[in-house]
Design a protein around this ligand. Structure first.
Ligand SMILES: [Zn+2]
Length: 238
């Protein structure tokens, strides 16, 4: 499935002059950015990894194009998302085309804190928390849209509980109200799963807005084998 490609041979110095902003707005006739069917629009994000293939971050097509221009792209994986058409080369008469893939591996030092720090803990927010728990209330096990979910502190603040990944779960408003300022034992409510702190790769996945199948497969390969996300993602897909 993962189709590793060598750095694109048709990247020429002529590409350096592409004004992405103008091309984006269709201002310049000779510059054009075309999302492929896979991308379904310019907002689709590209997964950037380091040279060893460790996931780093989500970037937009402009940032990806910049990395190509700066010769920072070591190799690409996944499928083509965008085609960037530049000017016609006066000497060869050929139009320059840059193809941007769904996964790009870049050279140089990584900014991946998950690689350098063993005790890395990703920031906690509701969007990633709800995704970690697959939008399921961890008490009644029903699925809800984001707006009907809340962050429950298993051990409540009033009893010394902390606002950390291992003390929070997704809960529907009804269950959260019912539990109130009590522990699950005190409220006689049972958690359906043990909360966990995501690894860096898991966090990148949880942060993704529209993760493509090849990007998801790539990220899954970097999750710990014991990650509950393997099961949860299968359930999302089914
Ligand atoms: Zn509930």
């Amino acid at each position: 499935m993962l189709n590793i490609r060598i750095k694109l041979p048709y990247l020429t110095p002529a590409m350096m002059g592409i004004d992405l902003e103008r091309a984006d707005r269709g201002v310049a006739d000779d510059l054009r950015i075309v999302p492929t069917g896979t991308a379904r629009g310019l907002s689709q994000l590209v997964l950037r990894t380091d040279i060893a293939g460790m996931p780093l971050e989500w970037i937009d097509y402009k940032e990806a194009a910049r990395l190509y221009h700066q010769e920072q792209v070591a190799y690409t994986c996944g499928s083509p998302l965008f085609e960037l058409y530049g000017g016609v080369n006066a000497r060869t008469g050929r139009r320059t085309v840059l193809e941007i893939n769904s996964i790009v591996a870049t050279v140089g030092h990584t900014g991946n804190p998950g690689n350098t720090r063993h005790d890395y803990v990703p920031p906690l927010n509701n969007q990633t928390l709800f995704r970690r728990d697959a939008y399921l209330c961890m008490y009644c096990s029903l699925r809800f849209p984001s707006r009907e979910l809340s962050r429950d502190h298993i051990r409540p603040f009033s009893q010394g509980g902390l606002d950390v990944w291992t003390n929070v779960v997704t809960a529907c408003r009804r269950c959260n109200n019912q539990k109130a300022s009590r522990t699950p034992e005190q409220a006689k409510m049972q958690l359906i799963a043990v909360p966990f702190t995501p690894t860096y790769a898991e966090y990148i996945f949880l942060k993704g807005r529209r993760v493509l199948a090849d990007q998801m497969q790539y990220l899954l390969a970097h999750f710990p084998r014991s990650s509950p996300l393997h099961d949860r993602i299968q359930r999302w897909l089914s």
